[in-house]
Write a protein that binds this ligand. Structure first.
Ligand SMILES: [Ca+2]
Ligand SMILES: [Ca+2]
Length: 96
């Protein structure tokens, strides 16, 4: 699995950070993040966001296209950010 080799490149701290963030998003704890959960999380943290943006983020991480982001998918994406390699075909936007 790609996610496994990717995870092995991360430090324990990075892994923990990714896992913590995932659990933060996954409010019902079912092991996957929906766009609703992500929006809810952003709202709680008072992060301004647009539904379309959130859905785009979700779909860019959702490699198996089931409409939710599993931990594996999340790990792939975040791990790629940490290790500096783009996970998907489309690179993360560097908008600031
Ligand atoms: Ca969930
Ligand atoms: Ca998925």
């Amino acid at each position: 699995m790609a996610s496994k080799s990717l995870a092995s490149k991360l430090t324990p701290d990075q892994l923990k950070e990714i896992t913590t963030a995932f659990n933060e998003f996954d409010k019902d704890g079912n092991g996957s993040i929906t766009s609703e959960e992500m929006k809810e999380c952003l709202r709680r943290q008072h992060v301004p966001h647009q539904t379309a943006d959130v859905e785009q983020v979700i779909s860019s991480m959702d490699t198996d296209r089931d409409g939710t982001v599993s931990f594996d998918e999340y790990m792939n994406c975040m791990g790629a950010l940490f290790t500096g390699k783009p996970a998907a075909s489309k690179p993360a936007s560097k908008k600031k």
